[in-house]
Design a protein around this ligand. Structure first.
Ligand code: FAD
Length: 713
């Protein structure tokens, strides 16, 4: 932001000392008199304030002249420009004018309404006016910033925009926010680190929380890792600290094996239907090892990313939460072998899913990510057994993994490893095969560079004779302490080779009898494009992150996805965890690739939003919702047909003087003020409060008025 100084002032004058500009106002008079009559004859007194934004606006727009021009418009009692309208002294000006000059409508031209509309509403309110008797006009993002090279035209545009604001302000009416009772209870979807952190913070504020976790165990992906950067702690130890706190908090209820199957309602009162898969095995079952032995079913173990098999009765690891085993209903053949072992009645193969409802005031979506699954043949994956992904390597390095922590693959030890970065991240159209939706993953997954170098560090510590070749595009160890892993790798003899996305490394099976089963060829740009051949025992693909597929959930909650398929926040900087649906917030990697630290921050940020929404048990909603004019409504039902919001508008039958007729009725809590109903109503019988059709007409007329020169410039 430019601070105000003499230089800026000089620039203002220079920029605008070209041609004068005039605004014609006479045509307005008749229309205005009619509007005043329509508004019940209220004496409308408008205060206009043009913000210089410390030079951000006034370096381009002659704010002094804009204010002077606006002074001439009907009903404008005071018109000023000021250095920073959002400052205390700027707001004080508004309050003073309300109290001393009796202004009853306020128009501020400044930055985007996103930043300061609420600030000015509060100023208007503290001056004693209804806060909705205020109009915000964006003359920074919409004008001075984008027309910096055309100061004269930018000044004209500011006059136009401000005049439209004044035209709207003339027709403003006092509004009241919709007040709704809010359940002091939140739902957290996803029991990974982000969801657990969110639940814990909400529960600590003495609100009730229900965690719904799709799998039968808590912890999400972190439970699958061995040692985690940047602290080199045991992943489970980190996770268990949070889980223990969650389990100990009486405000938290956990449903594992559970998913949402329906959702209705609005902030303060979401009615949620859940379906819980049974575990089939009681917590105190004492014959698990024997039951696993006798179970004849074998399926790839998803916890080990398919590197080993598990039975249809299983638990992912010792120490998992909850600690009991479960039946894999998809694969169990109900042969009954497991029923013959352990305490009688501990296993019930006839259990069925259970559906139940909860009502909550807010929802946190923390459904996490899936590692990118390479296509068959991509870098030899799925064809050469010695090509695995980084998540699979994490399981190999884990003491309770498929090799019990031994660095071996396909039955033989590993001495030479090639690690290839950016597999499934930073992809290029035309080079990489797209996903089923036709898009490539062009984003950076952020975590994989450090996770790869962290794995290299572990390998060097536990298997010091191993040679590591690191094939990267760019190393992005961006977080605090992450660069240490790069330095450590460089010092510990990791050989770095740099490839470009257009020339991806080639991975082939070595001919029979070769010492190393895999050959990696790469054009290395650290040696100016030298073709390097690296014979290795193992290739590790540092796969990227993709959001967990939750299409059904997205449909039920009506949250939006970005182009990268991750869930979308309202604004990445200003409202980073809120969705466009009031009462639904995001946490963790459902929103984009994040480290554990970032997912924890995000969980806590989501929680603070939820706490602010629910703590008083009352939610105030903006009044910008549809309003029916019963005189004009003929019950055509078009609004109901096209309304995209469930239960926002309905037709009701009325009887009057023996006559039965239908009229549209709005449920303000469900309406998001999108305006679809306004556009389809054949009778102009619906308006969005605060943005009525008459106000739009007045604004369009004002915008279309001729503005040629400011006479006294
Ligand atoms: C190979 C690899 C290594 C990594 N190593 C590190 C590291 O060393 N340090 C670090 O900081 N970060 C690391 N990360 C990143 C770390 O894994 C994530 O930051 C973390 O897992 C994010 O947690 P989350 O809660 O957002 O998501 P997740 O861990 O994915 O948890 C989401 C949870 O939501 C559940 N869920 C999904 N859909 C539904 C649904 N519809 N209903 C109910 N529940 C649902 C899932 O079952 C899961 O339990 C690594 C990532 C990878 C890929």
């Amino acid at each position: 932001m430019t601070e105000p100084n003499e230089e800026n002032k000089e620039k203002d004058v220079k920029n605008n000392s070209e041609e004068p500009i005039t605004v014609h106002v006479d045509e307005l008079k008749d229309a205005v008199e009619k509007e005043i009559a329509d508004a019940g004859g209220e004496d409308i007194k408008i205060g206009v304030y043009v913000c210089q934004c410390g030079g951000n606006i006034s370096d381009v727009v002659r704010t002094d002249l804009v204010a002077k021009e606006l002074e001439k418009f009907p009903n404008v009692v005071v018109s000023r420009d000021f250095i920073f309208m959002c400052s205390d002294s700027g707001q004080e000006l508004i309050k003073k004018d309300i109290q001393e000059k009796g202004i009853n409508r306020v128009v501020v031209g400044s930055c985007s309404p996103f930043l300061h509309e609420t600030t000015f509403r509060k100023a208007v309110s503290s001056g004693g006016l209804n806060p909705y008797l205020y109009t915000h006009v964006g003359i920074r993002e919409q004008d001075s910033w984008v027309h910096a090279d055309h100061p004269k035209e930018a000044t004209e545009l500011a006059v136009h925009l401000m005049e439209a604001g004044v035209a709207k302000a003339r027709l403003l009416e006092p509004l009241k926010p919709t007040e709704i009772k809010a359940k002091k209870h939140a739902l957290v979807i996803g029991g990974g680190i982000a969801g657990l952190q969110a639940a814990l913070s909400i529960a600590k504020a003495d609100l009730k929380v229900t965690i719904v976790e799709k799998s039968h165990f808590l912890g999400g992906r972190v439970a699958q890792w061995d040692t985690v950067f940047p602290t080199d702690e045991d992943a489970r130890a980190v996770l268990n600290r949070v889980i223990e706190e969650v389990l100990a908090n009486p405000n938290i209820t956990i449903h594992t094996g559970t998913e949402l199957i329906a959702a209705k309602g609005y902030i303060g009162e979401f009615n949620i239907r859940l379906r819980q898969q049974p575990r089939g095995v009681s917590e105190d079952f004492d014959g698990l090892d024997e039951a696993i032995k006798v179970c004849p079913v074998e399926v790839p173990d998803e916890f080990n990313f398919g590197l080993s098999k598990r039975k249809a009765i299983y638990r992912p690891y010792d120490g998992c939460v909850p600690s009991g085993a479960v039946i894999d209903w998809e694969h169990c053949t109900k042969c009954g072998e497991c029923l013959k072992v352990g305490k009688k009645g501990s296993i019930n193969l006839d259990e069925t899913p259970h559906e139940f409802d909860i009502t909550v005031g807010a929802v946190v979506v923390a459904t996490g990510f899936d590692p990118y699954e390479p296509f068959k043949g991509e870098f030899g994956y799925g064809e050469i057994p010695e090509v695995i992904t980084l998540p699979q390597l994490e399981r190999i390095l884990s003491k309770d993994g498929p090799t019990k922590g031994k660095l071996e693959v396909n039955g033989h030890p590993v001495h030479n490893i090639a690690m290839i970065h950016c597999v499934g991240s930073r992809q290029k159209e035309g080079v990489h095969k797209p996903q089923p939706d036709g898009k490539v993953n062009d984003y950076c997954s952020r975590v994989c560079c450090t996770a790869t170098l962290s794995a290299a560090k572990q390998i060097h510590e536990h298997f010091p004779d191993t040679n590591i070749f690191d094939l990267y595009q760019d190393i992005r160890t961006y977080g605090r302490g992450h660069e240490d892993y790069y330095i450590n790798a460089s010092k510990n003899g990791v050989t770095f080779l740099r490839y470009f996305a257009e020339e991806i490394p080639e991975v082939t099976k070595s001919p029979e009898g070769e010492k190393n089963p895999v050959m990696v060829k790469v054009k290395d740009h650290l040696t100016w494009g030298y073709e390097v051949e690296v014979p290795v025992d193992l290739v590790v693909l540092a796969v990227g992150m993709m959001p967990t597929p939750i299409q059904d959930l997205i449909g039920m909650l009506k949250v939006s996805q970005g182009n990268d398929r991750f869930l979308l926040e309202v604004h990445p900087k200003l409202r980073p965890v809120e969705t466009a649906i009031a009462g639904i917030v995001l946490a963790g990697t459902a929103q984009g690739p994040m480290t554990i630290r970032e997912a924890s921050y995000a969980g806590q940020a989501a929680a603070s939003k939820v706490i602010a929404m629910l703590i008083t048990g009352q939610v105030e909603l903006e009044p910008f919702v549809a309003k029916i004019d019963p005189e004009r409504c003929e019950g055509s039902g078009e609004c109901v047909k096209y309304c995209p919001q469930e239960e926002a508008i309905r037709l009701e039958t009325f009887t009057e003087d023996g006559r039965t007729f239908q009229r549209a009725v709005v449920s303000p809590a469900n309406c998001n003020g999108c305006g679809v109903c306004v556009s389809v109503c054949p009778n102009r019988a619906i308006n969005i409060q605060g943005w009525t059709l008459d106000q739009f007409d007045a604004m369009v007329e004002a915008l279309a008025m001729e503005v040629s020169v400011l006479e006294d410039a």
